[in-house]
Design a binder for this molecule. Structure first.
Ligand SMILES: C/C(=C\CNc1ncnc2c1ncn2[C@@H]1O[C@H](COP(=O)(O)O)[C@@H](O)[C@H]1O)CO
Length: 241
């Protein structure tokens, strides 16, 4: 009998295997003890490889091509961060992740990619000094936060929005402190932030002070200025800054 006949399928990724483990339509491949071991191994890989790293995590679209204006913006942001002495940490994939890693390379800074196993073909961009591939999204996210003193958010879609709002919830709930979040590219982020103000603040869902958790800018140097001051507040400013 085929998967089509039975409706039961083999999970395509460890995330799907974990999240679907108790569903009758997913063929469970592991025990919880094995899953816990795989999670531990994912975190251990990140902790070992990134020990001592203090960088900036940069998020942005996987789908922007090298000839598009936002790619040039991402590359300039990576280079400006690198010149200020930050390691640049991205998702390690294509698009604006590649642009930021490439900029870091341009500036001679450490360029790091935290990639993720996906159910379709996935590749690490060519501009990485350190390339890690995580099984689980959550373990990768821990590393984006733990080894960064701030976040830069370039234009992007669902993945980027997920990373942005997770960062804001971590700050809002006091899980991380003094953590700058800089949205670069008002053409992309301005309308969203206007909506947050108009709808979420006006409706009482977000406080006016929480709007201040985010800095919007267009210029890479303005982003870096905010990230340097945020890193200083944490006692972690890079020596070059
Ligand atoms: C969809 C495509 C490639 C997917 N490859 C990715 N590799 C690494 N990280 C990724 C990938 N896709 C999403 N991410 C993470 O989310 C952000 C980008 O998501 P968006 O929806 O494109 O905005 C990014 O910061 C990554 O951390 C090829 O088309």
């Amino acid at each position: 009998m085929t998967e089509h006949d039975t409706g039961v399928r083999i999970p395509l990724t460890p995330d799907e295997e974990l999240l679907g483990a108790d569903r009758p339509t997913i063929e469970s491949l592991h025990t919880d003890a094995e899953r816990l071991e795989r999670m531990r191994a994912d975190l251990e890989m990140g902790f070992r490889a990134l020990e001592g790293t203090s960088g900036v995590s940069v998020f942005g679209s996987a789908r922007v091509g090298p000839n598009e204006p936002d790619y040039a913006l991402g590359r300039a942001v990576g280079a400006a961060l690198g010149r200020a002495g930050f390691s640049v940490i991205t998702g390690g994939g294509p698009g604006l992740m590649e642009a930021a890693n490439r900029g870091a390379r341009d500036a001679g800074a450490r360029s790091i990619g935290l990639n993720i196993e996906l159910p379709f073909e996935q590749f690490a961009n060519r501009y990485l000094d350190l390339s890690l591939t995580f099984r689980y999204f959550f373990a990768r996210k821990v590393c984006f936060v733990r080894y960064a003193t701030g976040f830069v958010v370039l234009p992007g879609g669902f993945g980027t929005l997920d990373e942005l709002f997770e960062a804001l919830v971590l700050i809002q709930t006091g899980k991380v402190r003094h953590f700058p979040v800089v949205l670069v590219g008002r053409h992309h982020w301005g309308p969203l932030w206007d909506w947050v103000g108009d709808r979420l603040v006006s409706g009482g869902y977000v406080s006016p002070e929480e709007l201040e958790l985010v800095t919007l800018c267009d210029e890479p140097e303005d982003a870096v200025e905010r990230l340097v001051s945020g890193a200083r507040a944490q006692g972690l400013a890079p020596e070059a800054a």
